[in-house]
Design a protein around this ligand. Structure first.
Ligand code: SF4
Length: 384
């Protein structure tokens, strides 16, 4: 079995009681079958507490005032203090680690929804490297696993990383190229022309590709002034989602008011300043994109939704950055690193920790006009 992690993975340290936004607050934590069975067998006072603090039907920990029933006043977990880490359920044991499983492969990332992980992900100045380790672990053979498609997806993702991390190119061009690459890749797969994928990858890696692509892009979006309208529609597309943290709708509404309740000219002016003044933003954009692509792209082996995975990565990055622009505006043209991490972690907590929301994002980006290739290219490239 091969395990792959981003190079900063081992630097993660949970701040436990020091954490301002502990993961046990706000979320309903689902308990896996094996742990539920273990909890059922615990006797004595702690066993009674377990009996009374679990919703056995929903298989989740009960919550009091939005906090896990075992989260004490010092923000420490009573399961840990009473019985140790071995009594954690799978979710608590793993978080903020996220595992994607493929035949013979486990890809482990840190989730942006944890502020400490977010600091590592977004604070990484250099390009992220991925580190793999082989372990002798047996797993059940899945005869339906499509190794051929998975291989092509992995190769494509490697090229995507190289483009995203090519800092000699403007970030907007890097985003546009990877979006178009995923689009082309999906067409080849849909037409069952997997043997042509290598040609597509070569075309995108060719030395002349950025120049060719920039020229084509310039022609297709020249004179367009639709960014504000398109961004508004993108936010609308994400409105009917499951709410995990009850403060999220008001937070979102307030930030949307800041960015969209201004004239088109003002919006463009602010955006121009934001993109030139917030210097780290190019690196933050790269790290957000690499994060979303690493976490989700190869999952297309299970559903064939190659392009939707990239639309989701781009849309999430753009929405986080738009929220960051609102915070920058509200804060008199200042955006600190921790404010940016906070925005990204709030977005991730809402979107990435609900299967309902993840499915809805995929459906929304596939169906809504504002997320189609030509419109995303406009949003990426206008007014920068
Ligand atoms: S959110 Fe992160 S730092 Fe905070 S308690 Fe959870 S794992 Fe630890």
């Amino acid at each position: 079995m091969r395990y792959t992690v981003p190079h900063y993975y081992c630097k993660f340290q949970c701040t436990a009681s020091e954490c301002q936004d502990t993961c046990c607050a706000g979320w309903k934590i689902v308990i896996d079958e094996k742990t539920l069975k273990k909890y059922r067998e615990v006797k004595g006072p702690f066993g009674n507490r377990l009996q009374n603090s679990i919703d056995w039907e929903e298989e989740t920990f009960l919550q009091y005032d939005g906090r896990c029933a075992f989260l004490n006043e010092e923000n420490l977990c009573d399961i840990y203090t009473e019985a140790g880490e071995k009594m954690f359920c799978k979710t608590c044991r793993l978080y903020p680690r996220h595992i994607e499983e493929f035949q013979g492969e486990r890809e482990i990332s840190l989730s942006l929804s944890c502020m400490e992980a977010g600091k590592l992900i977004l604070g990484c100045k250099e390009s992220v490297k991925f580190v793999s380790l082989e372990k002798d672990v047996r797993e059940k053979e899945d005869e339906t696993f499509d190794f051929l498609l998975y291989g092509k997806l992995s190769d494509t993702r490697e090229v995507i990383f190289r483009i995203l991390q090519n800092r000699t190119l403007p970030i907007k061009l890097r985003l546009s190229m990877v979006l178009a690459l995923a689009h082309d890749m999906e067409i080849k797969v849909a037409k069952q022309q997997l043997f042509q994928v290598d040609d597509v990858l070569r075309r995108y890696e060719d030395e002349s590709a950025p120049e060719r692509f920039a020229k084509k892009l310039g022609n297709s979006i020249s004179g367009s002034r639709q960014r504000k309208k398109l961004m508004q529609e993108m936010f609308k597309g994400f409105e009917q989602f499951e709410v995990l943290n009850k403060t999220w709708p008001a937070y979102l509404k307030e930030l949307k008011k800041t960015i969209f309740n201004q004239s088109e000219e003002m919006y463009e002016e602010n955006r121009r300043h934001f993109t030139t003044e917030v210097l780290e933003k190019e690196v933050w954009t790269e790290q957000l994109m690499v994060y979303f692509v690493f976490t989700y792209f190869c999952g297309a082996v299970y559903d064939g939704e190659i392009y939707a995975k990239m639309q989701m990565a781009v849309a999430s990055t753009l929405l986080i950055e738009e929220l960051a622009m609102a915070v920058w505006q509200q804060n008199h043209c200042i955006l600190t690193f921790s404010a940016f991490v906070d925005i990204a972690h709030r977005y991730s907590r809402e979107m990435e920790h609900s299967d309902i929301n993840l499915n809805r994002i995929e459906e929304t980006v596939k169906q809504k006009e504002c997320f189609q290739l030509k419109n995303l290219l406009k949003v990426i490239n206008e007014i920068q």
